[in-house]
Design a protein around this ligand. Sequence first.
Ligand code: 3H9
Length: 697
Amino acid sequence: MTTAQPHKVDQSREGDVLILTIQNPPVNAFGVGVPEGLHAGLDTAQNDDTVRAVVIIGGGRTFVAGADIRTFDLPREQSPDLRGIVDRLDQFPKPTVAAIHGTALGGGLELAMSCTYRVAVPDAQVGLPEVKLGVLPGAGGTQRLPRVVGVQKALDMMLSGNPIKATEAAQLGLIDELVDGDLLTGAVAFARAHVDVTPLPRVSEKTAEGGSPELFAAARAALGKTHKGQYSPGLIVDLTETATHKPFADGYAEEGQKFMQAKDSPQSRGLRHIFFAEREAGKIPGLGKDTPQTEIRSAGIIGAGTMGGGIAMNFLNVGIPVTIVETTQEALDRGLGVVRKNYENTAKKGRMTTDDVEKRMALLTPTLNMDDLKDADIIIEAVFENMDVKKEIFGKLDAIAKPGAILASNTSTLDVNEIASATKRPESVIGLHFFSPANVMRLLEIVRADKTSDSVLATSMALAKRIRKVGVVVGVCDGFVGNRMVHRYGDEARKMVEEGARPQDADAAMHTLGLPMGPFEMSDMAGLDVGYLIRQHQAKVAGQPKPDGWLDRIVEQGRKGQKTQAGIYDYPDGRKPVPAASTDELLSTYRQEKGLTPREVGQDEATKRLTYSLVNEGAQILDEGIAQRASDIDVIYVYGYGFPAYRGGPMKYADEQGLKNVVADLEKYGQTPAPLLKKLADEGKTFADWDKEKTRG
Ligand code: 3H9
């Protein structure tokens, strides 16, 4: 769009230097109005002989954080023309200096690399994160970065997508000068010192050093592990190789085409969806930015088992002291031992120093006395799933905790309202459901109970961010969002096996979608006895006969999953599942006894039935208001259950397939579509439409 757009670039002068300040808050993304403003500025510089150099700087908190991702779906002629600006800067007759603070990411770094020089404050960060959005640097990045930092480093940066600090970039020659003190003053001085340089250095005229056929072969081979199933990483390697043996203009043209291919792929749509979904999840309708929050300076954790220890690590990692309570010294010692071992393993891999390990451990205070939690700002209960035990603990906490402390339960299924009823301060009670391993998995389901106060909710959301989790607010129901959906998925998987599928077929069906584990590998890992005990208990309470499914029979053989080195699968080496002959035999007997004639269940059917069982339950959850948005469910599945981000999560995946098709397949395979799903399909809508309508109110 070239007309009637307000220019988002201010022009000002410092003597003979023209300063162009990009003003597109919050992150100065290269959106509509930015190229127009930069062209206007470059026109000024070109037409005015008194201008001898140009400084390009970001207004507000950052340099340019990249192309405006929201414009990716616009028709090409309406998209902001980043390549046009980069081309013009590359050939610009006067020195141009990019002055970087905050982050120069993606198109932001590409813009900077097309300037003659780059200066930055030491704490700035620069990177090409496009791979995380399923695309590739599309404004010269794949051709310029290897020409500046060498092939290996460029591949590392573009394939990881992770930014590097300006200090490292300066060592690599990507930043020409670090500016201590005022960035603009430093940039203007730098520009002035370079007005007489001829010819002007251009990155596009350099050669990309350090590539070899072996290096590129190794890079391609590694993608199978690091970026399995993904489209854009291979293109990034190809284009980097091109940079080593073709003229800049050829590589640049190739990059332009491949960028468009990647941008229009379902994988990029999925990854962009998750980028925005993650940020949306942080917004809670009705909860203003000014909602008062409690400052969390210390935490208490009850239970030093796998979950309690993992949860503690999140706090220790960001410098929040933790007091951890157990009932026996032995359990306490074991718990602390596991935390220490985890840190030491990280140190062994070189990702932490031994000093860091000791600093973290020094923040952890073990105790057998719950009274020691009296000063904690937040207390998280992480004991086993038993309502009576949890209520007893919360009753005690009510007497011990200081007023205003947050009382949280890490329950994965139980009713947080009932837990809160054990206290006289239900407004302070919330569910914080961490996922195992709690020090690794990024998801945090934040369970808002009926009486949870806004302040407790807002504090919990902010805390999630601080401990580097992705917090998603959910309502109270059995299993909340993630586990409730996974139960349906497990039911469908078991049913499919009864019909004739082998467990390994069901798992393979989900691998084809990109999940690292299928339903049965996941059950074996979690422990089959957990579900078994729940099923037995539920039947007893309901006065029904003892459950006798094929999975119950496996548990009754003493095969409880990975932990007993035998479950649905065998685990001869302790970790890797191998199809078990005993399971085949058991299934065959089971089907005979129950009069079931096995039939072949194809991979397509298996994938659809399993994935759509998640989608169907997700639709029901949305309808009940347990999740705020379909995109929240996607965030939960990507960060908590390994659903590939490049598919955008189950609800986005369903949107991509078309909800009409999803409904037709559910019906074909004997599942009843949830009313909301049916309604959206009938109206020709998507879950994304539903989210939009909801947001509009
Ligand atoms: C690219 O550049 C392609 C080119 O190679 C080729 C083109 C031809 N666009 O994360 P935050 C919004 S691809 C649009 O909460 P933080 C974000 O949605 C791009 N919007 O803040 C949020 O909005 P809201 C390569 C964007 O401080 C608000 O800004 N660049 C963009 O925690 C604040 O964001 C990237 O991939 C964008 N590019 O983190 C960088 N970026 O308030 C992506 C942010 O309405 N961005 N927004 O929810 C980031 O990594 C982080 O946002 C950043 C700030 C580190 C910058």
